[in-house]
Design a protein around this ligand. Structure first.
Ligand SMILES: [Mg+2]
Length: 269
């Protein structure tokens, strides 16, 4: 039986699987305020990359390290040094996640094939270099848990199973979450409605009583809205909403902002 033929629940580490008893005990938690429609949230779902952890920041650091080392090998003569920021931006524009394009891109700057190959090797062998949770992630998850200990908190993340599971372990998120749905395991990516439905099944909640928090307008916000959930857009960059209606139900700039000052009254529930 292939991985994707298996019951997805069996693929989840035991400690991160919501038990039926827990789901059935999910109770009305939090308080409705700040303009939310009446009706309690019974399940909270988070995206991982750039919502709970600073994937973008870590990627830039990885590129800066790999490219900085490569550029240091070229002899500039009278030329000014190339802009590392421009090189990083060009790399992300060509291929946001991979390194296949490094030799061609670095070659344009005069980097030798040997030095470019070393940049590829380093980038690939240090996939989690500099990856950290945002400073407010743990406090927010702990606050939500303390407000309603029986209300499940889950993760819905796109990416390869091995990579995303390794991140979850590295970031020590397992004890803060009840379950995680990883697209590489489940078989489809956000914004496919099926992956949101799987999260509802694991969390034992209806879409209408579920809150989704994520940064991607397409994958998270549009996807969760189409699935019938309430959504908060984690917009740390202050970007304008560009996708039209329906937009997010709320927009925040930090996880701390969403919890508010009073740990007993989450501002967004
Ligand atoms: Mg994300």
């Amino acid at each position: 039986m292939g991985v994707l033929d298996a019951d997805p629940v069996s693929l989840y580490p035991r400690a991160m699987t919501t038990s039926p008893s827990r789901a059935s005990r999910a109770r009305l938690g939090g308080q409705v305020s700040q303009g939310w429609d009446a009706g309690a949230i019974e399940l909270i779902l988070f995206d991982l990359d750039d919502t709970l952890c600073d994937y973008g920041g870590a990627r830039e650091l990885r590129l800066r390290t790999a490219f900085g080392t490569a550029l240091a090998t070229i002899s500039l003569g009278d030329r000014p040094p190339p802009s590392l920021d421009d090189l990083i931006a060009a790399s992300i524009a060509i291929q946001p996640h991979g390194a296949e394009h490094f030799p061609d891109l670095l070659g344009r700057y005069g980097v030798s094939a040997t030095a470019a190959a070393e940049a590829v090797r380093w980038y690939r062998t240090n996939p989690f270099h500099g990856l950290e949770l945002f400073p407010d992630a743990v406090t927010t998850l702990e606050t939500l848990r303390s407000q309603a200990p029986d209300r499940p908190i889950g993760l819905v993340t796109n990416g390869p199973a091995e990579t995303q599971r390794a991140k979850i372990a590295l970031l020590e998120l397992g004890s803060l979450l009840d379950f995680a749905v990883v697209s590489g395991e489940f078989g489809v990516d956000k914004p496919d409605p099926a992956i949101f439905a799987e999260a509802l099944r694991l969390g034992g909640a209806t879409a209408a009583s579920t809150l989704f928090v994520g940064d991607s307008p397409v994958h998270d916000i549009a996807g969760a809205k189409a699935a019938g959930m309430r959504v908060i857009w984690m917009n740390r960059t202050g970007a304008a909403w560009a996708l039209g209606d329906p937009g997010p139900d709320a927009t925040v700039g930090s996880l701390t902002e969403t919890v508010g000052d009073d740990p007993n009254n989450c501002a967004w529930l």
